[in-house]
Design a protein around this ligand. Structure first.
Ligand code: HAM
Length: 455
């Protein structure tokens, strides 16, 4: 495939348009032809993480790693794609993810594969495949991974996004639900996010939910005509999702609907009460919200979401999770209780930015090495390498530019020191060391400079 570097395209456009086009339409045509000649763009709903943004990503990642260490979670990586059936079975056939959003393809061997649309199902598959039920329970695992969902892109919603998730598998104790919520909350606090809201609900288990769903369907029977087309479609087979519809006509109806937490069996009701007690002990405030049901079918009992202030639209939830006590059995294992959570990097970073949170600056390169002339350049190459071998960062001036241009480069890189090597320095067997913050300069032997850089 033919492709041109951007600079060539720009030059071409400028010559072409100046030769043949009257000025007023030059700009429009130039943009058009530029667009035509750039053959590829990142696919819709995806993006590049450019160097300028990397410090946010590093900050979030390193905070995650600290939090996981504090709470005793170990990292797991799973394949980017899995058998499509794993996700259909786990997430549920009637969900938006399975119905509309999965990237599913037939591989060359004729098997149906899906790019991971969420993390939990893969972790449960790995738990079963590697016999982790033989380990001390609960097994606590975390992942940082790309997720693929064919969604309508908008701020905070992408077709490929990054998630941090963690799962505690093998324990039914509500204290563990509280710990998972606390861990999610601690991450956001560590990052500096403020004014978040914790929403909580219990949607019961396979014993009490059928009765609740029956009550819910009865409630909706004479209201179907007033619902949006999505709700009408879901009314029979995915009734729970009628509760979290964002359509203005559906909200007041959902507000008045019977509440799942009023219809729990004794076990679920005790679990919910204990969870609320533990959250109070932990000092975590929460709003019980009967309309919170989550978009994946595997949840039982606890569901929760954490929302940023003024939450709206696609970014209304920064992270969410819950308990899924039947999933491992559903995937062919014994009944094993589990609870987990996931949050999107993009929404977390959007909130860090909208809350003006200062993140730790990435360390500047310690030393920039400038030179004048070929002989000095040879020395500069040698010194840069020597500094790096000592475990410190050093950057060699690019090309053979003027000293002024080299100093501009050192400033742009925010180097702490610059070593300058010219003809005089070569002759005297020294270098010029310039402190870039104060501007003081000293002629020193390179060994002495190394000593100073070592601190
Ligand atoms: P989820 O709510 O579907 O849950 O996704 C978790 C988080 O991923 C969301 O709160 C949001 O921050 C982010 N997210 C989801 N979709 C997108 C998107 N299209 N673009 C950008 N960010 C997005 C789960 O996936 C469950 N597996 C969570 C879980 C773990 N439950 C139990 N364990």
């Amino acid at each position: 495939m033919l492709s041109y570097p951007l600079s060539t395209v720009k030059v071409f456009n400028s010559i072409f348009t100046q030769l043949y086009t009257p000025y007023p339409i030059m700009y429009a045509i130039s943009k058009l032809s530029l667009k035509r000649l750039i053959l590829y763009q990142a696919p819709r709903g995806t993006y590049d993480i450019l160097p300028a943004d990397q410090e946010y990503w590093q900050f979030v990642k390193s905070s995650i790693i600290d939090i996981c260490r504090f709470y005793g979670y170990q990292k797991i990586d799973t394949p980017v794609f899995e058998n499509a059936g794993l996700f259909v079975r786990s997430i549920g056939e009637e969900t938006d993810i399975v119905e509309k959003e999965m990237y599913t393809f037939e591989d060359r061997g004729g098997e149906m594969m899906t790019l991971r649309p969420e993390g939990t199902a893969s972790i449960c598959r790995a738990y079963l495949e590697h016999g982790m039920h033989n380990l001390t329970q609960p097994v606590k695992l975390y992942y940082i991974t790309q997720i693929f969902r064919y969604e309508r892109p908008q701020a905070g919603r992408f077709r490929q996004h990054w998630q941090f998730g963690f799962e505690a598998i093998g324990d039914a104790d509500p204290a563990l639900d509280a710990e998972v919520i606390d861990m999610a909350w601690s991450l956001y606090s560590k990052l500096g996010l403020r004014d978040l809201v914790l929403k909580l609900n219990s949607i019961g288990c396979r014993n009490c939910r059928p009765q609740y769903l029956k009550t819910l369907r009865e409630y909706y029977t004479d209201k179907i005509d007033r619902l949006c087309p999505d709700c009408k479609r879901r009314a029979e087979r995915n009734t729970l999702r009628l509760l979290d519809c964002k359509n203005e006509a559906c909200i007041p109806i959902a507000e008045q609907a019977p509440k799942s937490f009023d219809c729990l069996c004794t076990e679920c009701s005790d679990h919910f009460d204990s969870l609320k007690k533990y959250l109070s002990i932990l000092g975590l405030n929460f709003d019980v919200d009967h309309r919170l049901v989550r978009g994946l079918d595997y949840y039982t009992k606890t569901v929760f979401e954490i929302q940023p202030p003024g939450a709206k639209g696609a970014q209304s939830t920064i992270g969410g999770g819950g308990r899924y006590d039947d999933l491992i059995e559903e995937l062919g294992g014994k009944a094993v209780s589990a609870v987990g959570f996931a949050t999107g990097f993009e929404r977390t970073i959007l909130n860090l930015k909208s809350q003006d949170i200062t993140i730790p600056a990435v360390a500047n390169p310690s030393t920039f090495v400038a030179f004048l002339g070929q002989r000095a350049k040879d020395k500069a190459v040698e010194y840069v390498t020597q500094i790096r071998r000592e475990g410190m960062s050093a950057i060699l001036a690019s090309g053979n530019r003027s000293l002024k241009a080299q100093m501009r480069q050192a400033n742009a890189l925010s180097a702490n020191n610059t070593i300058i090597i010219g003809e005089d320095e070569l002759k005297d067997g020294v270098v010029m060391l310039r402190d870039m913050s104060g501007g003081e300069q000293q002629r020193l032997a390179f060994e002495e400079v190394l000593n100073r850089l070592r601190g």
